[in-house]
Design a protein around this ligand. Structure first.
Ligand SMILES: [Zn+2]
Length: 216
């Protein structure tokens, strides 16, 4: 595969019929040392996640059937969540998790770049035992909890072909992306609402810049 076929990365959604198979397929494990192609993909995924202003991105979302995820929880993103800390941009390769014994299930709002029409309060384990490799192949075993554990469960689900639409059982709060955004907004504190508005304005500005660039 050439560099041109990886870059730029486009997000695929479940609403696009041709994207159904890769979003619903278990991704392939990555071997070390990383190939040049996989290094390019990782750089492109970091850039894409920064550009999106999101907290996580999995390779299948950009049509790459590989067990790679990028995570970035900014200070601002953490302030809008419960039990959340900021995390710098980092990559996890071949990640997997098991729930910590007797951990509780917590439901909270999640959206997904690959599910355009629906979001909701997704039930997740509060704490997980996590295994992954870094870009050098070094193996890590960690126990993590709270919002970080939620993001990781969401992204690792992508590597197993599982989407939030599979996790949202009939008893879950769910609806259109717009309706869920409005519901989430109502549950924020006054300070969080102010921050939410600022971030939304910033994302709109970024999108308009991107549109201008692509028309240039
Ligand atoms: Zn997702």
């Amino acid at each position: 595969m050439t560099q041109d076929s990886i870059l730029p990365l486009d997000i695929i959604t479940i609403e696009q019929s041709d994207s159904d198979s890769i979003l619903k397929t278990r991704a392939e494990a990555i071997s070390f040392p990383l190939t040049h192609e996989n290094r390019l993909l990782i750089t492109a995924m970091r850039n894409k996640l920064f550009q999106l202003g999101g907290v996580g991105l999995a390779a299948p979302q950009v049509k790459q059937n590989k067990q790679i995820i990028a995570i970035y929880i900014s200070e601002d993103a953490a302030k809008l969540r419960v039990h959340a800390s900021a995390y710098p941009m980092h990559i996890m390769i071949n990640p997997s998790y098991e729930p910590v014994a007797e951990t509780v299930i917590i439901s909270d709002f999640e959206g997904c770049y690959s599910v355009a029409s629906k979001s909701g309060k997704v039930p997740r384990h509060q704490a997980i035992n996590l295994t992954y490799q870094d870009e050098d192949g070094q193996l890590y075993l960690k126990t993590v909890s709270g919002f970080y554990a939620r993001v990781l469960q969401h992204e690792i689900d992508h590597l197993n072909g599982i989407l939030i639409t599979d996790r949202l059982t009939p008893d879950c709060v769910q609806g259109s992306t717009e309706a869920m955004m409005a519901l989430r907004y109502r549950e924020l504190s006054a300070a969080q609402k102010l921050l939410f508005d600022q971030l939304a304005a910033k994302k709109r500005a970024t999108r308009e810049d991107a549109t201008t660039d692509s028309q240039a």
